[in-house]
Design a binder for this molecule. Structure first.
Ligand code: PBG
Length: 325
């Protein structure tokens, strides 16, 4: 055959493939979600997330040091609230000496350079396991937003660099920005979970934090997975209200949404490679059905290729080690 153009020339060996690679993953791309528990010297493996742990503050600090040494720049904190502190107001979430607040201080003390993000949502603190205050079986919007503002200000006071509201209440980004400004937290950012879908893939996470909804589901606030245009609307509103980063969640089944946002907004887009996606890869790898390390790098690269500037992922440490060689 005499061909005008042979596409395989650019794939012929590793050198040329590396030279023309359009997407290059680095540890700078990762945000590491961390689950934190009360106590000391505690490390509990999450049943539905093999090799992933919920740790007490002391062991979390140790882990953060290790992550920093691997070139990872950011962690995203989640805490497991004790049952007796849960109620329908979420007031434990703005307790100055709450587990979250103590965790932020301990991490910032030990590794000040690590960029600390915090989850802002009521579900770990809610006796109903919902992301909002409940009345007559309904999740109240405006009352919940007031609680989220107090929580955000309290995280900022403790030293958080960026708060990450994952609740999907209307108007919370603007309200949180205003609350931070009023308290002079002009350096604290907001990563908005703008397009967060009501997903079955959150199951393992809810095991980790014991935060499954006690009644009903989250469909009156999290998005319907049939929708795409609506994600653009959500993201544009969050940008207008002052978000510094917008996020899409879950990740893998929603890469079309990541690309939509990347093409629409003029701020960084992040994606959350969530617990169920982690569990699927782990389960298949444990059975010897896929190669875990290859699956990790292919998955994370596809997220970046889709348009994600940042990826929150339970595979961050594994991926950083693989990338560092
Ligand atoms: C709740 C929250 C959830 C996750 C992060 N924040 C679960 C939910 O909305 O029920 C899920 C993360 C994951 O599955 O990895 N505010």
């Amino acid at each position: 055959m005499i061909l005008q153009r042979r596409n395989r020339i650019l794939r012929i060996n590793p050198a040329i493939r590396a030279m023309v690679a359009e997407t290059v993953l680095t540890p700078n791309d990762f945000i590491v979600p961390l689950f934190i528990d009360e106590g000391e010297n505690i490390s509990t493996e999450i049943a539905s997330m093999p090799d992933y742990y919920r740790r007490s503050i002391d062991l979390t600090v140790k882990e953060v040091k290790e992550l920093w040494s691997l070139g990872i720049k950011s962690v995203l904190l989640f805490i497991k609230c004790k049952d007796e502190l849960k109620d329908n107001t979420g007031k434990e979430s703005w307790n100055k000496n709450g587990l979250m607040q103590r965790s932020i201080r301990a991490i910032k003390d030990a590794v000040p350079e690590m960029y600390v993000m915090t989850d802002v949502a009521l579900d770990p603190f809610s006796s109903y396991g919902h992301d909002g205050i409940v009345k007559d079986g309904e999740i109240l919007n405006d009352e919940t937003v007031e609680a989220l503002v107090k929580m955000s200000v309290s995280h900022a006071e403790s030293g958080a660099d960026m708060v990450a509201p994952s609740d999907m209440m209307d108007g919370r980004i603007g309200a949180i920005r205003e609350g931070l400004e009023q308290h002079n937290f002009t350096k604290t950012g907001i990563m908005a979970y703008s397009a967060k879908y009501a997903s079955c893939f959150y199951g393992p996470f809810r095991d980790a934090l014991d935060s499954a909804p006690g009644f009903g589901d989250k469909k009156t606030y999290q998005m319907d997975y049939s929708n795409r245009t609506e994600a653009v609307k959500e993201a544009l509103m969050d940008v207008e209200e002052g978000a510094d980063i917008v996020m899409v969640k879950p990740g893998l089944p929603y890469l079309d949404i990541v690309r939509d946002l990347k093409n629409t907004v003029d701020i960084p887009v992040s994606v959350y490679n969530i617990s169920g996606e982690y569990a699927m890869i782990k389960a298949a790898a444990q059975r010897g059905w896929i190669d875990e390390n290859k699956a990790i790098l292919e998955t994370l690269t596809s997220m970046k290729r889709a348009g994600a500037d940042l990826i929150a992922t339970y595979f961050a440490k594994d991926a950083a080690m693989l990338l560092n060689g």
